[in-house]
Design a protein around this ligand. Structure first.
Ligand SMILES: Cc1cc2nc3c(=O)[nH]c(=O)nc-3n(C[C@H](O)[C@H](O)[C@H](O)COP(=O)(O)O)c2cc1C
Length: 161
């Protein structure tokens, strides 16, 4: 079964709830999913994964330093894996979560990853990735699940098993 890793940083639980919802979407597409905090990585599972998603809270308009440190130092070779971001913030519009996602996207591109979110090709749009103002509820929660579903469907298309 194709594996998908969902790596997140979360201090107050909002981004970790997003990660769980992303994992639900991944499983709906028939892939295996594992969520892991930046301080408890399963490097073997990441290496075996076809896709790796990164989720971060927004700190002063960008990725948290804890997530940036992880992206700068992770020892696993991510080249050729699918990648997608998700981000939380306190405020919709102006809080900076899209900039957080682009910082994650930059890190993934530099690691040789293939970025895919599904964009607006589904009824629940995922644009640059899933975003949530504080804890994911309603449409924000739907977006998290849709992101996991989109990425896992693409995994199954690229690596049928
Ligand atoms: C140091 C710090 C900086 C923050 N900066 C922003 C910010 O620039 N914009 C924003 O909307 N929220 C900001 N927040 C709020 C967090 O992004 C938000 O509460 C997030 O959902 C927390 O995620 P977590 O519960 O996974 O830790 C900041 C929080 C902290 C602790």
């Amino acid at each position: 079964m194709n594996r998908v890793s969902i790596i997140y940083h979360s201090e107050t639980g909002n981004t970790s709830k997003m990660a769980e919802l992303v994992a639900e979407g991944v499983k709906k597409a028939g892939c295996e999913a594992m969520t892991m905090s930046v301080d408890a990585l399963n490097t073997e599972y990441i290496q075996q994964s076809r896709a790796v998603l990164f989720g971060s809270p927004t700190y002063y308009g960008t990725t948290s330093w804890q997530m940036k440190k992880l992206m700068d130092t992770i020892s696993v070779n991510l080249e050729g894996k699918l990648g997608a971001p998700f981000a939380s913030a306190n405020w919709k519009g102006g809080g900076g979560y899209e900039f957080t996602e682009f910082t994650l996207i930059a890190g993934m591109l530099i690691r040789g990853m293939i970025i895919y979110t599904g964009g607006v090709t589904n009824p629940v749009p995922t644009h640059f990735g899933a975003v949530s103002a504080k804890a994911p509820e309603g449409f924000d929660a739907e977006r998290c699940e849709q992101l996991g579903l989109n990425v896992a469907r693409k995994v199954q298309e690229l690596w049928p098993c």
